[in-house]
Design a protein around this ligand. Structure first.
Ligand code: PMP
Length: 367
C-alpha cells in the first residue's frame, strides 16, 4: 500500500491559510515600523519584577488561573474577578473566543472586509463562515452595511470589530458599538481594543449593561510588552466561564509566572503607561503632518500607526525604497488596501528619519 503523507493531515488543516505576521528581522539596526510595537521600552518596574520572579519561581508551574493578575486587571477596570480572562497574547484570547462563541450551525460571523486579517484565519480554523461587511469608500466601518447583513434571513454567529480598526486606525464611537450590540442581542459582539489606549474610546463602561459584549485587549502595544505575550478579555461572567471552558480544554498554563508578574507590574505603573501613550500620540501628529506635506493621504488614526497612500506612487515600490534605507513598514496585498502603507509610530527620531528618507525618495522619483 502506498502512503500519501497528505492523508495524515486533517482536511481542514490541509486547507488552512495561516496569518502572516509582519517581518521580525534577524539583523540589527533596522527602523522597525511594521508591526505596531511600542517604540519605548516597558516600565522599568516590569523588568525588575520579572528578574525577581526568574530568580525564585521558575521550577514550579505557574498559577493556572492567573488569579493575582486577574484581580489586578479587575481592580484597574472596575469590574469583578469573574469578568476577567487572560491568555497568551490577545491572539490566543481571540482564538478561544472564536471557538467559544461563533461556532453556530450554518451561521455567519459578521466582520468588516478591511480589518485585522487574523479574524478570517480563525474562521477557517474553526469552520466558521465569515460574512465580510464592506467598509465605505473611505475605508470607514459602515453601520448600515452591518444592519443590512444582520437583517437577511440567514442566521448570524456574532459580530467582530476592532476599535480602533486595524489597519485603518479609525475609532468607532460608543454609540456605534451600542448599535452593533443591539443588532443581535443573542449573539456575542467582540470588540478588539488592541489599540484603544492611543486615543480610542473603550467600551468598558458598557460591560455591565450588555451581556453579549466581549472586550479583548493586549499588553503588546500600549504597555510595550509584545514579547511577554499577555492579552485579556472582559465581559460578563457567563462569557468568561465559556472562555475558561475552552482554555482549560486546551492549555492549563497559558501564562508563565514571568508573564503573570510582569503584567501585574505593568498595570501598577500607570504613570509610565500614560506618559508613553501620550508620547506616541504626540509623535503621531508630527508624522501625519510630515506625510501630508509630502503629498500623502493620511487616514485619521486613533492608534499607534497611520494608514497612508500616495496618489502618484505605488505602495509596494515605496515600501521597497524604504527597505533599502533600512526602514520597515507594512504593506497588505488585499485589493482594497493595496495602495496603502501602514506605518507604526516610532520615536521622534525614527519618524524624522522616515520623513527625510521619503522626501529624498519622492524628490528622486519626481525629478
Ligand atoms: N488585535 C489586533 C487588531 C492586532 O493588530 C493585533 C496585533 N497583531 C492583535 C490583536 C494581537 O496582539 P497580541 O497577540 O500581541 O496581543
Amino acid at each position: 500500500m502506498t502512503v500519501v503523507t497528505e492523508d495524515f493531515i486533517s482536511p481542514r488543516v490541509q486547507n488552512l491559510q495561516p496569518y502572516q505576521p509582519g517581518e521580525q528581522p534577524k539583523v540589527d539596526g533596522l527602523v522597525k515600523l511594521n508591526t505596531n510595537e511600542n517604540p519605548y521600552p516597558p516600565s522599568a518596574r516590569v523588568v525588575e519584577r520579572i528578574a525577581e520572579v526568574a530568580a525564585t519561581s521558575l521550577k514550579l508551574y505557574p498559577d493556572p488561573e492567573s488569579d493575582q493578575l486577574c484581580d489586578t486587571i479587575a481592580a484597574y477596570y472596575g469590574v469583578t474577578r469573574e469578568q476577567v480572562f487572560v491568555g497568551n497574547g490577545s491572539d490566543e484570547v481571540l482564538a478561544h473566543a472564536f471557538c467559544a462563541f461563533f461556532q453556530h450551525d450554518n451561521a455567519k460571523l459578521l466582520i468588516p472586509d478591511v480589518t485585522y486579517s487574523f479574524y478570517s484565519v480563525y474562521c477557517r480554523l474553526f469552520g466558521i463562515e465569515p460574512e465580510l461587511v464592506p467598509v465605505s469608500e473611505s475605508l470607514r466601518i459602515d453601520l448600515s452595511a452591518f444592519t443590512a447583513a444582520a437583517n437577511t434571513n440567514e442566521p448570524i454567529a456574532g459580530i467582530v470589530v476592532s476599535n480602533p480598526n486595524a489597519p485603518t486606525g479609525e475609532s468607532l464611537s460608543l454609540d456605534a458599538i451600542e448599535y452593533l450590540l443591539s443588532l443581535h442581542p443573542t449573539r456575542v459582539v467582540l470588540v478588539d481594543e488592541a489599540y484603544v489606549d492611543f486615543g480610542g474610546q473603550s467600551a468598558m463602561s458598557l460591560v455591565q449593561q450588555y451581556p453579549n459584549l466581549l472586550i479583548v485587549q493586549t499588553l503588546s502595544k500600549s504597555r510595550a510588552l509584545a514579547g511577554l505575550r499577555v492579552g485579556l478579555a472582559i465581559g460578563q461572567p457567563a462569557l468568561i466561564r465559556a472562555l475558561n471552558q475552552v482554555k482549560n480544554s486546551f492549555n492549563s498554563f497559558p501564562l508563565g509566572c514571568l508573564a503573570q508578574q510582569g503584567a501585574i507590574a505593568a498595570f501598577e505603573d500607570r504613570a509610565y503607561f500614560e506618559q508613553t501613550c501620550l508620547a506616541v500620540m504626540v509623535t503621531r501628529v508630527v508624522l501625519a503632518d510630515g506625510l501630508k506635506q509630502l503629498g500623502f493621504e493620511v487616514l485619521p488614526s486613533s492608534a499607534n500607526f497611520l494608514f497612508v497612500r500616495h496618489p502618484q506612487h505605488s505602495a509596494v515600490m515605496l515600501a521597497a525604497r524604504l527597505r533599502e534605507a533600512r526602514i520597515l513598514v507594512r504593506h497588505f496585498k488585499q485589493e482594497r488596501v493595496a495602495q496603502y502603507l501602514r506605518i507604526s509610530i516610532g520615536t521622534d527620531q525614527q519618524v524624522n528619519y522616515l520623513l527625510k528618507v521619503l522626501e529624498h525618495v519622492l524628490n528622486a522619483l519626481e525629478a
